[in-house]
Design a protein around this ligand. Sequence first.
Ligand SMILES: Nc1ncnc2c1ncn2[C@@H]1O[C@H](COP(=O)(O)OP(=O)(O)O)[C@@H](O)[C@H]1O
Ligand SMILES: [Mg+2]
Length: 262
Amino acid sequence: MENTITKDNEDLFLQITPKRKLDSVYLSDSVYRPCFELLDEIEHRDLLRKNGIEPRNKLLMLGTPGNGKTTLAEALAGELDYPLYIVRYDNIMSDDIGKSADKLGKVFEAVKDLRCALFFDEFDTIGKSRNDQHDNSEFKRLVSSLLVQIDHLPTDVLVMAATNLESALDNAAWRRFQIKVVLERPQREDLTRWFTDYEKRHGFSFGVDPEELGESVYGKSYSDAEELARSIYRQMIIHPEEEAEEITRRQMRFHKHQKSIF
Ligand SMILES: Nc1ncnc2c1ncn2[C@@H]1O[C@H](COP(=O)(O)OP(=O)(O)O)[C@@H](O)[C@H]1O
Ligand SMILES: [Mg+2]
């Protein structure tokens, strides 16, 4: 099956060849399980179809920033060896609702015959492109038409959407997504594991107990943990003569201070 979009539709998407796999994403069981099943169903699509049933293909990811929504989308596409098409709202949505609707139509037309992953990242930003002078109901129709089109895509297109929790709450439209997962902030033990693995992956020691590192970013995101670990690792490479523990403790202080500015 053909797997790439045509040149004239290029501006509608950011096309990514996924590099991540699922085992590089830290997931709670309540996220891992449904994602595993989704992949399992897609990989067994022929068997399912022979028995008169389609695999699921619509996944909604919720959660606060920095806890793996975009990363998970890439990893799922990666597991399936699908190209990942991230929808570019900046080139689609404008004050001209008619034009926006046309371009959205093109998005679906471009992918409908492919085996690929279509990703509406930060889906809530679609709402923000709305001009307040505009008729609200016109805009609502556009969004509901978008959801209907998602519904009608063939199951060979894996459709994913990501949004932060609050902006998705009372939206009945989300029911169209067969699987909904919430990517939560890491627990203490998740962070300990994360810092331990980071040491192993890079072959060095923080000189500070991973548990203590975890505690210092507890309440924040995986992305924050990664930012701290990377800044330590950089300093260790540049200053091999310095004590690891000293570098780590200094970076922990900087990190805390940086985060308190906002
Ligand atoms: N659950 C996770 N497992 C592994 N890495 C993560 C996880 N969540 C976030 N990260 C790291 O933090 C960075 C930002 O995460 P991202 O997926 O963009 O978050 P979101 O899309 O939810 O805001 C990524 O580059 C990734 O390396
Ligand atoms: Mg994201």
